[in-house]
Design a protein around this ligand. Structure first.
Ligand code: NIG
Ligand code: FE
Length: 391
């Protein structure tokens, strides 16, 4: 049993209102004790007992690690020209995904592993301690399994997204492609996957196809989540709630009826500000979701087409500036909200018994995450009581 005390925390965010102030459960002049990778004690800095090690953070802020519940990390190729064209007036469509598919199929395991490792180290550097990663840039039986196997080397939160778009070789035969996804592709992918996802949208899969995909995934032992209403509202939120998806993601286009459905369900509303930012789309108004009582998460959606960022702090800053979040709501959504979107209770906050995943911020309060956009204020990132990043 090894124990370490983190002391002299100027402002500690726990997300536990029973141990501190407000919804974020904030304590000042605090300390935490970590035993065997878990939070064992939280209290005043001057009351810490004897531990094997003691580290003073000299007045800095400590927050729970970010939980990034939506990312596409395993891919090859570059789409910066597509971004540049978009910023000059071209519009975004689901079809751009096919560019990445060609590059990903052609890439070796080593190339994919190295680029994924690079993105994971960016996530850690930005304070992300738990992250999800989807397939969906391979779209054939061998390569979907291969990219999931590589993703699983980095995270247990892996998602089979064979139904990302219809690949070129199945043009005008989308139902045949769905048959392949729910048949051989799912059988090969399932041992590397926890989740099943589908891009239910204009230019991707319709509601009936999406239902077929998610039901097949559930029958194979995976849990459902969904890309919903990014490009248009074709009814994906209703399907998400019908199938008890853990999360409905994007929600760029959303009606009052969708919001009521989400608020009355166990499906988390996951917003992806990087996607609206990088496709120059209109931001959804999260205040409508909060007013209805929906559980909201923020995630990076890190992918080469619509949101090539690993920075949760950037997403929070946009959410606060343009999407109707308060700084407090943004931090809750990026930590506890992300954990709920992954149906996890061991991460997303700092309470006794939870995994010791936390971030030391070189700032007097968590508000600086959105108050200082584009500035790297992460001092160190800890997963299970061990540093994965130190400035
Ligand atoms: O979440 N919406 C679908 N998938 C990705 C974008 C994929 C791409 O353009 O490569 C997303 O935004
Ligand atoms: Fe996505």
């Amino acid at each position: 049993m090894s124990s370490v005390a983190i002391t002299d925390i100027g402002s500690l965010v726990t997300n536990d209102s029973s141990v501190g102030d407000g919804a974020l459960g904030i304590r000042s002049d605090a300390a935490i004790v970590v035993v065997d990778g878990k939070i064992a004690w939280i209290g005043d800095s001057q009351s810490v007992g004897v531990t094997d090690n003691r580290i003073s953070v000299a007045g800095k802020t400590v927050i729970p690690g970010f939980v990034d519940s939506h990312a596409h990390l395993v891919f090859a190729g570059d789409r910066s020209e597509e971004f540049s064209a978009r910023m000059s007036g071209e519009s975004y469509s689901a079809g751009g995904i096919k560019t990445t598919v060609a590059a990903t199929r052609a890439a070796s395991d080593e190339t994919l592993r190295a680029s994924t490792a690079g993105l994971v180290s960016e996530l850690h550097r930005g304070g992300v301690t738990t992250f999800e990663s989807k397939s969906g840039y391979a779209l054939d039986v061998e390569n979907e399994a291969r990219t999931l196997r590589i993703a699983k080397e980095f995270t247990d939160e892996t998602t089979f997204l064979g139904a990302h778009v219809v690949p070129a070789e199945f043009a005008n035969r989308s139902d045949d492609y769905v048959d392949l996804v729910v048949g051989e592709m799912l059988q090969r992918a399932k041992s590397y996957s926890k989740w099943i996802d589908v891009f239910c949208d204009k230019g991707a899969f319709d509601v009936d196809q999406a239902r077929t995909v998610l039901r097949a995934g559930v029958a194979a032992g995976l849990q459902p989540r969904i890309h919903a209403n990014q490009l248009a509202n074709i009814g994906a939120v209703k399907l998400a709630v019908e199938l008890d998806c853990a999360s409905a993601d994007h929600l760029t286009h959303i009606t009052d009826e969708d919001i009521e459905l989400l608020a009355g369900s166990n499906t988390v509303a996951t917003l992806l500000p990087g996607a609206e930012f990088s496709t120059r789309s209109t931001y959804p108004d999260a205040s409508r979701l909060f007013a209805a009582g929906a559980v909201v998460a923020l995630a990076t959606d890190c992918n080469p087409g619509s949101s090539f960022t690993t920075s949760m702090a950037f997403c929070m800053a946009v959410a606060v500036r343009d999407m109707g979040f308060s700084p407090e709501q943004a931090l809750l959504a990026a930590t506890g909200g992300g954990a709920k979107a992954l149906r996890r209770s061991d991460v997303g906050g700092l309470s006794v018994g939870m995994r010791a995943d936390f971030v030391v911020l070189n700032a007097p309060s968590y508000i600086h995450l959105s108050y200082r956009p584009g500035v790297d204020i992460v001092d160190s990132t800890w997963v299970g009581g061990k540093t994965v990043y130190q400035r």
